[in-house]
Write a protein that binds this ligand. Sequence first.
Ligand SMILES: CSCCC(=O)C(=O)COP(=O)(O)O
Ligand SMILES: [Mg+2]
Length: 228
Amino acid sequence: MNTPTWVVLDIEGTLSSTDQVLVVLYDYARPRLGPWIDEHPDDPTVVEAVAQVRDLAGLPADATTADVVTVLHDWMTRDQKIAPLKVLQGLIWQRGYAVGDLVAEFFPDVVPALKSWHDNGSRLAVFSSGSVAGQVAFFAHTTDGDLTPLLEHHFDTVNAGPKREEQSYKTIADVLGAAPEEIVFYSDVPAELHAAAAAGWGTVGVARIGEPYGEADFTPHRTVRTLP
Ligand SMILES: CSCCC(=O)C(=O)COP(=O)(O)O
Ligand SMILES: [Mg+2]
């Protein structure tokens, strides 16, 4: 494959283990959701996210924080990557990274690959279900230091759209100002790769041993076990 202009990267299962997200980060967020909502009654981002939870879950307007948290915990248990949950998690993780409670860990091949792509002239972006706020904090506080200078753009389901829909990849290409064939997407989830390919992007399946999609069928996408 020729060196692409843009390399767009998924996080969970691709750069970082699923346990890093679903155990470390989710366990950190779970008990903090209720207090975060109650302590930020005037934050428009929080107010909007809570209103969206109420709407999506069909809760009454007078639903309590505890009712909202019950819904959020249920979504987390089922790993439903629903936007208002990801927004609230992202705010909590942002604080967790800032105060030193959290440090982002990557698979061992990831940081060398990011640096190699960057040094060889590829431009890097992220497309993850994790909110942009959470993503930026994650890359700013890693076991290898602040990696944010390597990344030019962050996309999530709010500013790009659902990861399994072709239109989201068209939106990202527009923002990047790139032709689809100049972009390659790396992900552990075949359905996401199918959507990116439908938008004309190059695709690479990341089938890591021991990860949930490690033995999935990635046909017709090129597949690797490690990056790049
Ligand atoms: C601080 S980044 C958290 C990533 C996250 O919340 C998530 O759900 C990852 O999903 P992905 O789309 O990267 O597989
Ligand atoms: Mg993933």
